[in-house]
Design a binder for this molecule. Structure first.
Ligand code: GDP
Length: 609
């Protein structure tokens, strides 16, 4: 049976990674429903708005005769910016290039002294009068040293470890010019030493080895040199190209020597020039939500100059730079290449490794941010599912993470919402968990509620529907964003489950799986069988003897009904599918009205993960 989707003849269509069947349908002028049907024929159940994997999109393309090209987020971003006439790779005026400081990341095995070293470098450089711990952690800092008669600056990324480095690389961003590989001389080369080394090599970043803890009697710096030869890092004194510097971060020994080596390595192997003109571009290194100041982000300017008052966009966040602070908390009016600054004034918190750029006006940055947001939502659909569930909450608690459970309560009457809220707040809760009710209200679950749940600060909130159901759009949105909605009809059960979850004892349970829904078009009364409803199946299917509930204007009016008879015209039917009309009688509810929605579902045992 043909479902009416157009057939291509090898035409190429471009789809962003994570596109849905609706997006696909848009491109080929088809009805999304027909593509759902095609996928069904190919053996996959995919809804129209659900984000698809690359394979699914390719499979469907092949089946319909289109050449599908999946566009990566980076390509897409480039295309997006091009629409605003922004070209990140545009050639710059060579004459207006300035030499910029190198940007350094410190990596190495745990406990080999990365944090101590970053502290030592920072405090060795504290300008007089600023001593006494005014410096604050903003994710990066700059130090100034005398080098061959010149004052030179070096920028250090102040989040030791591999995560920041890889998070940035995963986004295609490279913040680092040089890696300082810290190896404790008493411990030698360890697994994370090798890991760090491989990261640096993969990124093609030169390495300076800091042989740390040489103050310890058992230190054996020669052994570190010898061990690293096996991994291709040969010390200069052995005829190689890598600088090894013996230091003690704790006793602040030879920190100068290390900084000197960083500059020598930078000068030997890198072209460190950057344009100082033009809109600033760079990377967000670290960002958080500050209680008093709102979103704050530390950005590293890589090109151009960032000024207070500039409109900027960083990942999905945008805004106007209200103020800039350096690592000493001093306000700055402008920041040039390789300068890390803390920026105030963004509307949201960008991610570490997100690129930022300044543009002409507020409107441009807002539009770029909004389009990225829309794209991100689409791309995340596939893997977002089940992000916050009572089960994942449990896992977090098990891992010893302090966490909070955010809830949104929607109910049919205000009395039950209040009762539920009171009871939940009064629950004895383990210390590591904070229970927050971020919203409550009467009525159906709306898109607003779902949006609020996905915007919840720490993770996604869980929505509790007490005798209410979501509107269709809200249900789709929740599906897409991986927001969990739990339905209850008795307060006691809601409390019991949440309490169980909080105590880490959530029992394996049955899960409701929606089968379909039908709308009541007509109601007849028969003396023999009671109320007969003439319905049209709106989605999925209806099954005889299936469990059903009745929803009227978004509120549940009957919970445990059964479809006791089901007919197509005059014949008994076991199933009726989407788009077809049927007649039915409900067991357990005798007050159906025109316009009621009958939802059918099955209880399946929930697989435990
Ligand atoms: P990280 O995990 O690499 O950040 O390591 P830390 O900087 O936290 O240091 C781990 C431990 O080693 C701490 O107890 C430090 O005090 C100690 N440590 C760091 N550098 C030195 C050093 O140069 N000499 C000595 N003796 N101990 C050090």
């Amino acid at each position: 049976m043909s479902s009416g989707a157009p057939r291509g003849q090898g035409q190429e269509i471009r789809l962003p990674r994570g596109a849905s069947l609706s997006d696909f349908a848009d491109r080929i002028n088809a009805n999304p429903g027909s593509l759902v049907q095609e996928m069904f024929n190919l053996g996959e159940m995919v809804t129209a708005t659900q984000s698809c994997t690359d394979e699914t999109l390719q499979l469907l393309g092949e089946h319909l005769g289109f050449e599908v090209q999946i566009v990566s987020p980076e390509d897409e971003d480039r295309e997006l910016l091009a629409r605003f006439n922004i070209d990140l790779d545009a050639d710059v005026d060579q004459e207006r290039l300035v030499s910029r400081p190198p940007v350094v990341t410190v990596m190495g095995h745990v406990d080999h002294g990365k944090t101590k070293l970053l502290d030592a470098i920072r405090s060795a450089n504290v300008v007089e009068g600023e001593a006494g711990g005014i410096t604050q952690h903003i994710g990066a800092y700059q130090v100034h040293v005398e080098h061959e008669g010149e004052e030179r600056a070096i920028t250090f990324i102040d989040t030791p470890g591999h995560e920041a480095f890889t998070a940035m690389r995963a986004r295609g961003a490279q913040a680092t010019d040089i890696v300082v590989l810290v190896v404790a001389a008493d411990d030698g080369v360890m697994p994370q030493t090798i890991e760090a080394l491989n990261h640096a090599k993969a990124a093609d970043v030169p390495i300076v080895v800091a042989v740390n803890k040489v103050d310890k009697p058992e230190a054996n710096p020669g052994k570190v040199r010898q061990q690293l030869t096996e991994y291709g890092l040969v010390a200069e004194e052995y005829g190689g190209e890598t600088m090894f510097v013996d230091i003690s971060a704790k006793s602040r020994l030879n920190i100068d020597g290390l900084l000197e080596a960083v500059l020598l390595t930078a000068d030997a192997s890198l072209e460190m020039l950057a344009p100082i003109d033009g809109h600033a571009q760079g990377l967000a290194i670290e960002a958080r939500l500050d209680k008093g100041r709102g979103p704050v982000a530390t950005v590293l300017v890589q090109k151009g100059t960032l000024r207070v008052g500039d409109s900027i966009v960083a990942g999905n966040a945008y805004g106007r730079v209200r103020a800039m602070l350096d690592e000493n908390g001093h306000p700055l009016a402008e920041a040039g290449p390789a300068r890390p600054v803390m920026v105030l004034g963004l509307t949201a918190v960008p991610g570490a490794g997100d690129t930022f750029l300044a543009a002409d006006d507020d409107r441009t940055v807002r539009q770029i941010a909004e389009q990225r947001q829309a794209r991100k939502r689409a791309a995340e659909q596939a893997n977002l599912r089940g992000r916050a569930t009572l089960e994942t909450l449990l896992e977090k608690i098990k891992e010893g993470e302090r966490t909070s459970l955010d809830l949104i309560i929607k109910g049919d009457v205000s009395g039950s919402v209040e009762a539920l809220e009171d009871a939940l707040v009064a629950l004895p809760i383990p210390e590591e968990i904070q229970l927050r009710i971020i919203h409550r209200g009467v009525g159906a679950i709306t898109e607003n509620d779902v949006n609020l749940a996905s915007a919840s600060s720490n993770s996604t909130a869980i929505i509790i529907g007490f005798n209410v159901r979501p509107m269709d759009q809200a249900r789709d949105l929740a599906d897409r964003n991986g927001v969990e909605i739990r339905y209850y009809t008795v307060i006691y059960q809601a409390i019991e489950e949440i309490e169980a979850a909080l105590k880490g004892m959530l029992k394996p349970e049955y899960e409701e799986v929606a089968l379909g829904s039908a709308e009541v078009r007509e109601v007849f009364r028969s003396s023999k069988v009671g109320l007969i409803a003439g319905c049209i199946v709106r989605s999925g299917l209806l099954r005889r003897n299936g469990k059903a509930r009745v929803v009227r204007d978004g509120a549940v009016v009957a919970e445990s009904a059964t479809i006791s008879s089901l007919k197509r015209f005059k014949d008994d039917a076991t199933e009726v599918r989407e788009g077809f009309e049927c007649g039915l009688t409900l067991g357990g509810y005798n007050n159906l009205q025109v316009g009621d929605i009958i939802e059918t579902f099955e209880m399946r045992e929930k697989p435990r993960v």
